[in-house]
Design a binder for this molecule. Structure first.
Ligand SMILES: Cc1cc2nc3c(=O)[nH]c(=O)nc-3n(C[C@H](O)[C@H](O)[C@H](O)COP(=O)(O)O)c2cc1C
Ligand SMILES: [Fe+2]
Ligand SMILES: [Fe+2]
Length: 387
């Protein structure tokens, strides 16, 4: 793994995982994912978070290589989800004298995930508590629901390092050379997106700290231009659009609605010179990318076939994915297709009406089976009203 050394005393001993089929059971990760784990060498050796059990052996080797004959004295657990807490038992077995720092909920989860006695190892902390280990000074700041209830971030005062748990995480192994924003946004919107309020709370607490390094549990360690990353998190967690642009998301049974969606794309790009246009086939493309783009842009056009007096299933699923993540504050255009009794538009409208601050732009366009010239006029009116 690259970027092992973070400061003279802090090392990332985590692992890259490049052959996982689906992260968290559902997300494709074309460039893998990293499980970061941080070793702090001092008079005592401190470890912050473990790794997924897929990588336990490799990670224990990394620790041994850094420690030589020394041992881990303290394990601080920021997040117990198995992609981080998965190797807690293995570490306890390797270092039976080790103490564990966590909160009440952390220990409850250790007892649920593992069958081990940790009673004499516990150091229970409360929100805002501070503990010195060696020359390092740690402050524990609770961040409930970023992304589980037990989550806390840990601030190390002497080196000004924030161990941020899942916050500021990104898909992609550490040796992947790719734009941070795109895969961090897909990660954030899908995994943390529901908890904007809680992320805002964390950002407020963190604004009182003097931070020079952010160590997330996935993706690169952030050292330069931290304001860039914090600004992105601020926009995302307020549910503000990041860019002016349009996502066209379609669900088409036999391909006629796809033709309509592609016409919309052409008009937006060529007639209206919209620079940022994304188009996604909800049945075939990565749904997580569609969710990401719906949050990224200020406008969305939803086009779908009618389906058994309802809307074609991939669109229903997409609307569910959006509403689960508190989708809001966007302009939406609707195009339905039906052959005998079009129903897609009504269902889409009903689902959108359950979300906050969604402006449905008129007219709702109805296509009967396949696109005709007069349909293009209606679509054009919709686009003019949207832009
Ligand atoms: C299983 C199934 C159910 C359908 N249910 C409806 C329906 O309830 N109302 C309707 O107007 N059309 C219905 N249709 C027709 C589709 O909406 C039709 O495929 C669409 O109008 C054409 O666009 P497409 O090629 O993008 O699918 C149904 C089609 C299928 C295959
Ligand atoms: Fe998590
Ligand atoms: Fe995670």
């Amino acid at each position: 793994m690259d970027n092992k050394r973070i400061t003279d005393s802090i090392f990332n001993v985590g692992c890259d995982d490049k052959d996982i089929d689906l992260f968290e059971g559902q997300y494709v990760v074309p460039n893998g994912i990293s499980y970061n784990s941080f070793l702090i060498k001092d008079d005592v050796n401190i470890l912050i978070d473990t790794v997924d059990k897929r990588k336990t052996d490799e990670w224990l080797d990394n620790i041994q290589n850094e420690l030589k004959d020394n041992r881990i004295d303290i394990l601080i657990i920021c997040h117990m989800e198995p992609d981080h807490g998965g190797s807690v038992q293995a570490l306890i077995e390797k270092f039976p004298e080790m103490k564990i720092v966590g909160n009440e909920k952390t220990f409850q989860m250790i007892n649920q995930f593992f069958n081990i006695d940790i009673e004499n190892k516990k150091i229970i902390v409360k929100d805002g508590d501070e503990l010195p280990f060696g020359k390092h000074k740690f402050k524990f700041i609770f961040a409930p629901m970023v992304h589980w209830p037990e989550v806390m971030v840990t601030y190390e005062e002497t080196e000004k390092v924030l161990f941020a748990a899942d916050a500021f995480g990104k898909f992609g192994a550490l040796d992947t050379d790719e734009d941070w924003t795109c895969e961090a946004r897909r990660y954030y919107m899908n995994i943390v997106g529901k908890y904007g309020v809680q992320v805002q709370n964390l950002l407020k607490k963190a604004s009182n700290l003097d931070i020079s390094v952010i160590c997330p549990l996935h993706g690169p360690i952030l050292k330069d231009n931290l304001i860039f990353y914090i600004n992105k998190y601020d926009i995302w967690s307020k549910y503000e659009p990041e860019d002016s642009g349009v996502l066209i998301a379609y669900a088409s049974i036999h391909g006629n609605t796809k033709v309509v969606a592609e016409k919309v794309e052409e008009l937006l790009k060529e007639k209206y010179n919209v620079e940022k246009v994304a188009i996604t086939d909800l049945a075939r493309d990565d749904m997580a990318e569609a969710v990401e783009d719906a949050f990224r842009y200020d406008k969305v056009i939803l086009a779908a076939s009618s389906y058994n007096a309802d809307v074609f299933t991939p669109m229903r699923l997409f609307l569910h994915e959006l509403s689960c993540r508190n989708y809001q504050k966007r302009k939406v255009g609707i195009i339905e297709n039906g052959t005998w009794a079009p129903s897609a538009g009504r269902v889409i409208k009903e689902e959108l009406s359950k979300m906050k601050d969604i402006q449905i732009v008129e007219p709702i366009v109805t296509i009967k089976s396949s696109m005709k010239n007069e349909d293009i006029e209606n679509i054009d009116t919709l686009l003019r009203n949207m832009l």
